[in-house]
Design a protein around this ligand. Structure first.
Ligand code: BGC
Length: 759
């Protein structure tokens, strides 16, 4: 495999499972729009497809049924909508229509090119009547123009002479996917979007549609350009537009169709039709090859900041690149969206945003593309008022509590024990803001937006927790592990709340003289006494510790529960959440994902290495890794405590989780938190990178099977490239001023290049 041409290719398998999986794996997205990679020509009757196109943050409300409607339970949730289908195209060769399921597929291949930012499909096809054609389809969701998605089809005739009729569809009547048997997807179908106009202007079709409850509007506009076109007609009804075009071919000749699709939504612009028209004009003002070049340029800059390369394992290297490519495809580039657990590749978790953003994805952007992290923080800032309302709904007298899952800011979690009770989300958000601050020193932004979030969410801890026998306790919360719910003193939650309160106080003292900070302080009426209370609660925070096992128990009751030897559970019963009642799971020492182990990674200074080692060994035995957020963190902590081979094993399977469909649900979408976690597993795990108040630290180690690896970090207006080899690790200052960094606990000054012997 050529290391410089990065692509994932696969033969086109035609069984329904593979088709659904490939719709996710080969989807195109740019953080604004996402299009699943269904075949343009569709599948035969009887096949299922999630033929989705999504806009980040574009949602509708639907009812969240509660069988026993207790006070304050969520009544309504938000769903990311499937907007108009613009990917359907039929190609007729005289009386026969191209289909992978008829005639003979002589050759077929599809790929995602992570340097060019396009996906492709190449098919050599013989029709049932013997017409042979060579078809190449290239798709792109443009990073340069976020509203734009293109499909280019090159048809080369091998032996066919005659008319080619292309039918290009623009369908406004679409629904969302649902599966009542899987709690990770929506449980009922619903027509969220109602088209309210469909018409043709200057050869382009426009469909505007309104949501049923959220009062949002979207306009999609499609324009087709066909080489050698001799005829064209539109067939239009209230919801759909079909553009029929004819061209003719001789054997050996080529025809080309370019389909331009643009989207505009009322979250971002007021007149969606006018905006779509302007966006279409802009798209058509440059050639497609220029648009491809702009796409490649955007990615070249992206890769320069975040490229990670593994030497000595090309397959893993490509898999890791695929992970990082999906990060930039999935993340919103503006404050109207965020990043969902499936990005824009499918409807799993209904497109809602979770703590995944702050704890798994933002650590990647903060040290590679900090401006994206800033937008993610702004997205939370936009919804701070709703987080305050959420706190009130739960009975709090002050502060803000961010929802466990949301799109527009209101809680969507119908099952609060494994949802709203995860109060740690407040600490997670605060943690991500502190990291952004440490990486960028962007004091103005922190003073104007970040600090307000940190103080309002810190206030919540003071209301949720209480002093008991001199220590600060936080009761009845759920930690990251969803197989253990509603517990007292979850170690992770208490540890992150402590960090949060400490930083609230630190930021107060360092920023209080800034005008923006003073304005914020006045706005939220932050009193000096509150800072003393934060400090006191942090200092007295109760962090459970078991003297006998010398570990941090996950919570007050975890160690009292029955043990369950995971090895005895039949393989078909995983993930456990689909086979056991929640109460059954809650009564055992069984974890879905790292909880205390995650705390040991992000808050490593809170415990000794010995405690972390003991905890790791203890929790590893009871963790099922049913969540895709698990393996990467176990890899990082294994690396930290010196279990290099184990770290390597966790990293390998975690990095290939989607490409090999290891959780058997990639059809619902890729796993973006896992992908961000895999970046951390190499950079924070093997590279030992940490972003601390004292500066940046590294403690590189090399897995035995590799000959080396490299990565880059952007820190306080400089870029540092790191190469880790067998004997030495080298640090290069690629731009910016000299910086001091800590390697294996010793401080060094990096002026241009630094070489350190591997420990
Ligand atoms: C995990 C959560 C995560 C969610 C979305 C669940 O399976 O337990 O921690 O936030 O998936 O990725």
């Amino acid at each position: 495999m050529d290391k410089n041409v990065i692509y994932v290719s696969s033969d086109i398998k035609l069984d329904n499972d593979s088709l659904l999986l490939n719709e996710s794996l080969f989807h195109n997205a740019n953080g604004y729009i996402g299009v699943r990679s269904a075949f343009e020509e569709g599948y035969p009757q009887g096949y299922s497809s999630v033929r989705g196109q999504y806009i980040n943050g574009f949602y509708d409300f639907s009812q969240a049924k509660q069988a026993e409607n207790l006070y304050g339970l969520v009544q309504e949730k938000q769903t990311m909508l499937n907007v108009a289908d613009t990917q359907t195209i039929l190609i007729h060769f005289d009386n026969e229509v191209f289909s992978m399921f008829e005639g003979t597929v002589i050759k077929s291949r599809r790929w995602v090119d992570m340097e060019k930012g396009t996906t492709g499909r190449h098919v050599v096809w013989r029709s049932p009547q013997g017409k042979e054609v060579d078809i190449t389809i290239i798709r792109m969701a443009s990073f340069h123009q976020l509203s734009l998605f293109t499909i280019e089809i090159l048809i080369k005739s091998i032996n066919f002479t005659g008319d080619v009729m292309i039918e290009s569809y623009h369908n406004g009547k679409v629904t969302n996917y649902f599966d009542p048997a899987d709690p990770r997807t929506a449980d009922e179908g619903f027509h969220y979007l109602q088209p309210n106009s469909c018409n043709i202007k200057y050869g382009a079709s426009y469909i505007t549609a309104k949501t049923s409850k959220s009062n949002l509007e979207v306009c999609s506009c499609v324009k087709n350009l066909l080489s050698g076109e001799s005829e064209r007609q539109f067939i239009v009804d209230d919801n759909n537009a079909l553009c029929q075009m004819v061209t003719s071919m001789q054997s050996g000749e080529t025809a080309k169709l370019i389909k331009y699709c643009v989207f505009a939504d009322s979250l971002r612009v007021s007149d969606v039709s006018a905006h779509a028209a302007a966006q279409m004009k802009q798209a058509l003002s440059v050639s497609l090859s220029e648009l491809y070049q702009l796409q490649a340029d955007y990615l070249s800059e992206y890769w320069a900041n975040c490229r990670v390369e593994i030497e000595g394992d090309d397959e893993l290297n490509t898999a890791l690149k695929y992970n990082l490519f999906q990060m930039i495809q999935s993340v919103s580039k503006d404050e109207h969206g965020n990043i969902g657990p499936k990005g824009l590749s499918g409807e799993g978790y209904e497109g809602q945003y979770f703590w995944d953003s702050e704890m798994y994805i933002q650590p990647f952007f903060t040290v590679t593309n900090a401006s994206i992290s800033k937008k993610l923080i702004s997205n939370r800032y936009e919804t701070l008022e709703m987080a305050k309302e959420n706190a009130c709904r739960l009975g709090h007298k002050k502060g803000a509590l961010y929802p466990w899952r949301t799109i527009m800011g209101k809680e969507c979690s119908g099952y609060f024990p494994a949802g709203s009770a995860q109060y740690h989300i407040n600490g997670d958000i605060a943690h991500s803001i502190v990291k952004y601050y440490l990486a960028t020193k962007d004091v103005d932004f922190i003073a104007s937006e970040g600090a307000e979030i940190i103080f309002e969410t810190a206030r919540l801890w003071m209301d949720a927790g209480n002093f008991y026998k001199g220590a600060f306790h936080i009761n009845d919360v759920t930690g990251p592990d969803e197989y253990t719910c509603l517990v007292n003193n979850n170690y992770y939650t208490n540890a992150i709340a402590q960090y949060h309160l400490q930083w609230a106080a630190k930021l107060y003292y360092s920023l209080r003289k800034l005008p923006a900070f003073k304005r914020m302080q006045k706005k939220i009426q932050l009193r000096n006494e509150e800072i003393s209370e934060f400090k006191k609660a942090a200092a007295k925070m109760y962090l459970p510790y078991d003297e006998k096992l010398k570990i941090n128990p996950q919570d007050d009751s975890f160690l009292q529960k029955k043990q369950w030897d995971i090895a005895t559970i039949p393989k078909r019963n995983f993930p456990l959440l689909l086979h056991y009642h929640p109460l059954h799971l809650y009564r055992y020492q069984v974890c879905k994902q790292p909880d205390t182990v995650l705390a040991h990674f992000i808050l490593e200074d809170a415990q000794s290495l010995e405690t972390m080692r003991n905890s790791f060994n203890y929790y590893e035995k009871c963790t099922t890794h049913d969540s895709s957020l698990s393996g990467c963190i176990f890899s990082i902590v294994a690396a930290k405590i010196g279990q290099r081979d184990k770290a390597f094993r966790y990293f390998g399977s975690s990095t290939k989780l989607d490409l090999l469909d290891l959780h058997r649900n990639t059809k619902d979408g890729i796993h973006t938190a896992n992908m961000g976690g895999n970046y951390m597993a190499i950079v924070y795990g093997f590279g030992g990178f940490r972003l601390k108040e004292s500066g940046i630290c590294f403690a590189p180690m090399l897995p035995k099977r590799w000959t080396g690896y490299r990565f880059s970090i952007c820190y306080d207006e400089r870029r540092i490239a790191i190469h880790v080899g067998k004997e030495k690790c080298k640090f290069y200052l690629e731009n910016g001023k000299a910086v001091s960094l800590t390697v294996y606990g010793k401080e060094h000054l990096l002026e241009s290049k630094l070489t350190i012997k591997m420990a």
